[in-house]
Design a protein around this ligand. Structure first.
Ligand SMILES: CC(C)(COP(=O)(O)OP(=O)(O)OC[C@H]1O[C@@H](n2cnc3c(N)ncnc32)[C@H](O)[C@@H]1OP(=O)(O)O)[C@@H](O)C(=O)NCCC(=O)NCCS
Length: 211
């Protein structure tokens, strides 16, 4: 646990422009404390000790203002900056080197049990106040803007903002026009796939005409 505290503290120092010392990060960053409390709660949860796990998680919430369900899976070096008001649901999964600001919810949209919370891949950034809802995947290195409401998957490396969250910028008039496909102009992954298939078919046809 000490090793993990130091690892997170070093990563906070690297990512927080306020450049706290490692000692400051260990002593004064609620996000770091919340992750360490969660490690204990998660261990109890996995051992079937659900009530003690919930008690630890509740104590952590009282002390840090960050609510992480003991069932949530969290990777290495998660940095919850400021932290107050963060809620992370039971089936949420978080990769390595993720950055989450205050007021973020990784929540569900259904009462049905099973996977119902988001999966954040490595290096994701979730801006302050953003709500990421449902069993969606936020791709590696993707960013969700402050106060966005994100209910659709976000591909690797893409930034989304607003409600509903979409890549910023003016949507293109004809979203299927060649490589001019504006990010976010298409409504769903299915539609994006259909556009890509059409593109491939057109290219194949052009190649066969040349042969
Ligand atoms: C989404 C974000 C990562 C984008 O950063 P960026 O790549 O530098 O983007 P830009 O600032 O160049 O903005 C690109 C466009 O998105 C818009 N935009 C940026 N953030 C936005 C947001 N949260 N909501 C709505 N629109 C936003 C900008 O107005 C701009 O629009 P335009 O192209 O029409 O002018 C960033 O703005 C953000 O929200 N980060 C979260 C930071 C945070 O929570 N900080 C809390 C610290 S305590």
């Amino acid at each position: 646990m000490i090793a993990e505290a130091l690892e997170i503290a070093r990563s906070i120092r690297a990512r927080d422009p306020a450049r706290p010392t490692v000692a400051e990060s260990v002593l004064c960053y609620a996000g770091l404390h919340a992750v360490l409390w969660h490690r204990l709660a998660h261990r109890l949860w996995r051992a079937g000790l659900r009530a003690p796990a919930r008690c630890v998680s509740h104590l952590s919430r009282f002390l840090t203002g960050i609510e992480i369900h003991p069932g949530a899976r969290i990777g290495r070096r998660l940095f919850i900056d400021h932290g107050m008001g963060v809620v992370i649901g039971e089936t949420a999964e978080i990769g390595d080197d993720v950055l989450i600001y205050h007021g973020v919810t990784l929540g569900g949209l259904t009462l049905k049990p099973g996977k119902r919370h988001p999966t954040l891949e490595d290096g994701v950034v979730i801006g302050a106040g953003a709500q990421v809802l449902g069993p969606i995947r936020i791709g590696r290195g993707a960013r969700v803007g402050a106060n966005a409401v994100c209910v659709d998957p976000v591909p690797d490396g893409v930034t989304v903002v607003g409600i509903p969250a979409r890549p910023p910028g003016k949507p293109c008039e004809d979203p299927t026009a060649g490589y001019g496909i504006a990010p976010g102009a298409l409504e769903s992954v299915e539609e994006r796939m259909a556009a890509l298939r059409a593109e491939i078919a057109a290219l194949k046809e052009r190649l066969s005409l040349r042969a």
